[in-house]
Design a protein. Structure first.
Length: 220
């Protein structure tokens, strides 16, 4: 059953017949429900659906980070941060042939913006933390000194994400991120206990952000 909020000329929310009303990104929307078809899905449709499911599953593991990382890029597009991230994953990150698709984590982009990138970032594991380091140029513009580092580590085999959205200032040149090795939960082959790591910067006023950089696979 649908309902109208805010009086007779207000927002229509819910389902009436084959029409659905809802609010998306602050805009009132109405659409027809899709017509069900008994036709079998084509190979292309199955491939797209599989990629979409893989993308959504990955995003669900790092949703909070992506919401911040793509928020500015999504403004004014009519799309959400997760819409943009999903499109990038489907086009650039998932490779291979259906049904044996694989994730190329080196191509994963977790933030999108025009702030300067982290310069020469490196990561090492110093139990129990990942130590991120980056070069601070001697001529670094004062307006970028207070940018804060954003760090993320994703454990594909554990399906677990560690991250921070507001780490040290860019001018500090390093920060640490706590991670939990898979071996802390169960016996595991050392070659399976690793994280994929990423770094980006966000401005002090949260209105600008840099593209993320893949900082490599780190074994724990």
């Amino acid at each position: 059953m649908g309902r109208v909020t805010g009086g007779p000329f207000g927002t229509f929310i819910g389902k009436v017949g084959n029409v659905v009303g809802y609010v998306r990104l602050g805009t009132d929307c109405v659409r027809n429900l899709p017509i069900k078809s008994n036709k079998p899905r084509t190979q292309g449709q199955r491939e797209v659906n599989h990629k979409f499911q893989m993308g959504r599953e990955l995003i669900s593991q790092m949703q909070e980070f992506i919401n911040v990382g793509y928020r500015i890029a999504a403004e004014g597009t009519g799309k959400t941060a997760q819409n943009l991230a999903t499109s990038w994953i489907i086009k650039e990150v998932i490779s291979g042939e259906h049904p044996n698709f694989e994730m190329d984590y080196s191509q994963l982009m977790l933030s999108k913006g025009d702030l300067p990138l982290a310069e020469q970032p490196v990561v090492e594991y110093v139990y129990p933390n990942l130590r991120f380091q980056w070069t601070v140029p001697a001529e670094l513009d004062l307006k970028y000194e207070r940018d804060q580092v954003m760090m993320l580590a994703y454990h594909p085999n554990l399906k677990h994400t560690s991250f921070t959205l507001s780490g040290n200032r860019r001018k500090v040149g390093e920060d640490e991120l706590f991670v939990t090795p898979m071996a802390d939960y169960k016996e595991v082959n050392p070659e399976d206990d690793f994280v994929e790591t990423y770094i980006s910067f966000i401005s002090d006023d949260r209105r600008r952000i840099s593209d993320s950089i893949y900082t490599g696979r780190v074994y724990l």
